[in-house]
Structure formats: structure tokens, C-alpha cells
Write a protein that binds this ligand. Structure first.
Ligand code: BG6
Ligand code: MG
Length: 230
């Protein structure tokens, strides 16, 4: 039988900075972003598929709209652009308002409480400007020592700024940080921050991640202890 006691003792001594993306990692909001963007794209006569949506995961609100317009070969005035951004966010917030703890992704609470039991520093690193609102909605806001969101960065993922700021907030060296991410842009950001990247989703999509799991149900406490902390 595996004796985890020496590892657990080591884990108390050895701290890692655990940084979680929000959308698609902690909560199942990726589907709401998809619905809101698809509605907006449709209103502009632009087709928008699940594959297109994949390329918007982790991407800021502004860059997402820029990409959709580029795909549809459309250009808009600054005023109309801002109006559409506002519209998309209102639509998205309509979905968010109905969120409950049910929408926390499977086994996220188990992983968070396991890391907490080992006294590991934890941060949120999200591109979303709605991150605090969503964490409050699902009652997870107090789980993170540091929250870096879309309002705290000047450069969006794949730039590493969001994760580097989270590491600074946790007072951790980037090389001792581990990032959980569901997006291509986020994995790229974590890798260029010099952090260990853990992809949550499809291994064929998240090829550049150090490890990939379908979801947190596949990440055992033993794996966390032996592979991520030790
Ligand atoms: C990311 C999502 O977490 O946040 C993206 O993956 C989204 O799809 C981005 O565009 C910005 O979110 P928000 O809530 O500020 O529009
Ligand atoms: Mg995400």
C-alpha cells in the first residue's frame, strides 16, 4: 500500500503556488460565453462554430470581438464596437445571474480543499472582468489568497502577465507555480511564464501543456502530492 505520510510532511514544508484559471476550469461558463458570442455573431451575419469558440477561450473580451469581426471580414466604428461589447456582456451576465454552486466543475471543491489542507498558496488568474462576480455567485471567493482578473492586467493571455502577477501576489517564484488552464492561450501564457502547465480538457487541443486531464476527477490527491508539490 502506498504510504503518503512522508510526502504529506514534505508538502507542508514545500510550498507551490497553485494558480487556477476560472472559465472552463473552475466553473462551466465557457458554454455561456459561447452562447453570447454566437448570438452576437449571428446578428452580424457571421457564422460561429464550437471550433471558433475554442480559439476564443482565455482570450479577452475586446480581442474576442476583434477576432469575430476579422473572421467575418467586417470593420466597425469604435462606438459600434463598444456597443456590441456591452451587449455581449449583458447577455452573458444574464446567464451568470442564474448560476449556482451546481456549476462548479466536478471535483474542483475536492482539489481546492485538499490544497488548503496542505496549506498550499492558491490564486485565481483569469482574463475575465467578471471573475469576482462569478466567484461570489458560486461562493468560492474566499478560497483564493490572490485574485488577478481582466481588470488587473494590461496584456491579455497568451501574454504571461496575469500569471506572473498572481505569482507576485502569492510571493512565489514563477518556476514554483502550477497553472490549471483550459485554453490554448492560457497554456501558452503559463509556459512562457516558466510555470508548470496543467491542461483541463482535450489533450489533442492542449498539446503544449505539461499534463492534460479531461477534468479534475482525473487528478488524484496522490498525483497532486507526488507530481505537483514534491
Ligand atoms: C476568459 C474566457 O476566461 O475570459 C473568455 O475564457 C472571455 O472566453 C474572457 O472572453 C473575458 O471574460 P469577460 O467575462 O471579461 O468577458
Ligand atoms: Mg478558461
Amino acid at each position: 500500500m502506498f504510504d503518503s505520510r512522508p510526502y504529506i510532511f514534505y508538502a507542508y514544508m514545500n510550498k507551490k503556488g497553485f494558480i487556477f484559471d476560472l472559465d472552463g476550469v473552475i466553473v462551466d461558463t465557457a458554454k455561456y460565453h459561447f452562447l453570447a458570442w454566437r448570438k452576437l455573431a449571428k446578428s452580424l451575419g457571421i457564422t460561429f462554430s464550437e471550433e471558433d469558440n475554442e480559439l476564443l477561450k482565455g482570450v479577452s473580451r475586446v480581442s474576442s470581438l476583434e477576432k469575430i469581426l476579422a473572421w467575418g471580414e467586417q470593420e466597425l466604428s469604435k462606438e459600434r464596437f463598444d456597443e456590441l461589447l456591452h451587449k455581449k456582456n449583458n447577455d452573458y451576465l444574464g446567464h451568470i445571474a442564474k448560476m449556482t454552486r451546481e456549476e462548479i466543475l466536478p471535483d474542483v471543491p475536492r482539489v481546492l480543499s485538499y490544497l488548503k489542507s496542505l496549506d498550499q498558496p492558491m490564486a485565481l488568474g483569469s482574463a475575465s472582468k467578471n471573475a469576482r462576480r462569478i466567484l461570489t455567485e458560486v461562493d468560492l471567493i474566499h478560497e483564493f489568497q490572490v485574485i488577478v482578473d481582466g481588470s488587473n492586467v494590461s496584456k491579455a493571455k497568451p501574454d504571461p502577465e496575469v500569471f506572473l502577477n498572481a505569482a507576485t501576489g502569492l510571493k512565489m517564484n514563477p518556476k514554483d507555480c502550477i497553472v490549471f488552464e483550459d485554453s490554448l492561450a492560457g497554456i501558452e501564457a503559463a509556459n512562457s511564464a516558466g510555470m508548470l502547465s496543467v491542461g483541463i480538457g482535450d489533450a489533442k487541443v492542449l498539446k503544449d501543456a505539461k499534463f492534460v486531464f479531461k477534468d479534475f476527477t482525473e487528478i488524484s490527491n496522490q498525483f497532486i502530492l507526488n507530481e505537483l508539490i514534491s
